[in-house]
Write a protein that binds this ligand. Structure first.
Ligand SMILES: NC(=O)CC[C@H](N)C(=O)O
Length: 380
């Protein structure tokens, strides 16, 4: 397996394990938290997902790059991962949408990667020892690198919202008739999320994370959406305060991933760091309300802690609505006052970029919530 230029690179984990390989993408050095994703497709969406900020992603798919890089599949304006680890680079990029290669994109955007190492052994190591700090370098000795890996911050305790949130408001216009106005707080939002809402007649105002609820009301919010995003939800106190205000105001609420963790905290649940998280596009989730199982896209390293019983809150009764069938981790929350749904969120990714579309109905559910709130207001 010779690379295009054959430059040596090494990967060093914080517990001292070393993997040798070849430079893939930019040369140089990078640090982050090592995580693995089991998605067999969708590397472009993964690499550009802001939730992966400061993470070095290992693809368990053994052959990466074969669909090249295209103009349509970016989930944000740039590659967000701190680094990429693959088994084998594809010698060709072949897809009807492809306009370039993965490796050229990594080089152009200065993203350091490594190929030609045993990603199965590496993944098993992460699964046994947990996600941990890592460095990749084409320059340093493994010993040198290890010292610096151990100086990096841990993911637990990191607030990365300001690194990814938009600084300016922008609007995604509805497709067809304008039915609802959604204010989406950008904690690292994926492009497809706004598009899924727009496709259902929502005008989506994507706003900086520190936008006030007053501003959201001024924009005419029928509903508030809290996005996915990187970092530790335990640090997102400002977003918890905002969500309290949203619930106090009785505005319909929907959250995805980071947004689920923030709703959880607002309702009084704790969040915790998972040993190695869930990342991939075939994660089975049980919906306790319907008894149905959905195959979902996921990317999370933290989770809401299940207390095993509904929780009474100032806004109604909070329940764990969804759990992972792999390990019982909380995958969704619901807040109801009596029979009426007030707010809900999921830990997984219904926008499905990449991933299966089983959960697309959740966007319709949010629209239903906004329609009900409007009808209730008219009746009152
Ligand atoms: N995709 C996300 O929103 C991830 C949320 C959070 N950063 C986690 O790792 O759990």
């Amino acid at each position: 397996m010779t690379g295009s230029h054959g430059v040596r690179a090494c990967l060093v984990l914080e517990d001292g394990r070393v993997f040798e390989g070849e430079s893939f993408g930019a040369e140089g050095e990078t640090f982050g938290e090592i995580v693995f994703t089991t998605g067999m497709t969708g590397y472009q969406e993964t690499l550009t997902d802001p939730s992966y900020r400061r993470q070095v992603v290992v693809a368990t798919a053994p052959h990466v790059g074969n669909t090249g890089w295209n103009q349509d599949d970016d989930e944000s304006a740039r590659i967000q991962v701190a680094g990429l680890v693959i088994r084998e680079r594809s010698p060709i990029a072949s897809n009807h949408t492809s306009t370039g290669t993965l490796e050229d994109q990594l080089r152009q955007q200065g993203i350091v990667g490594i190929s030609g190492l045993d990603t199965r052994a590496l993944t098993r190591h992460i699964r046994e020892r947990g996600a941990m700090r890592v460095g990749i370098s084409t320059e340093s000795s493994a010993d040198d690198l290890l010292t610096r890996v151990r100086q990096q911050p841990e993911m637990a305790g990191l607030n990365l919202i300001s690194e990814v949130s938009t600084t300016e408001e922008y609007v995604i216009e509805p497709v067809g008739e304008h039915r609802f106005t959604v204010v989406a707080f950008d904690l690292g939002i994926k492009a497809m999320t706004s598009q899924r809402l727009a496709a259902r007649g929502c005008r989506v105002h994507v706003v900086p994370a520190d936008t006030s609820l007053d501003r959201a009301k001024e924009l005419g919010a029928d509903g508030v959406f809290l996005s996915n995003g990187p970092g530790d939800p335990a640090t997102a106190d400002a977003q918890v305060a905002l969500t309290k205000q949203v619930l106090d105001a009785g505005i319909p609420f929907f959250g995805i991933c980071f947004g689920n963790q923030i709703l959880g905290r607002t309702l009084g649940f704790a969040t915790t760091k998972l040993p190695y998280g869930h990342r991939g596009i075939n994660q089975p989730v049980l919906d306790h309300t319907t008894g149905r199982v959905e195959i979902t896209a996921q990317n999370h390293g933290f989770a809401v802690v299940d207390e095993g019983a509904p929780r009474e809150t100032p806004w109604g009764t909070a329940t764990v609505s969804h759990t992972s069938l792999n390990d019982d981790v909380v995958e969704g929350l619901e807040l109801r006052r009596g029979d009426r749904l007030v707010a809900f969120s999921v830990q997984y990714h219904p926008e499905a970029a990449a991933g299966p579309h089983d959960s697309a109905h959740l966007f319709d559910r949010f629209c239903g919530l906004m329609a009900d709130a409007r009808n209730n207001a008219q009746e009152a």
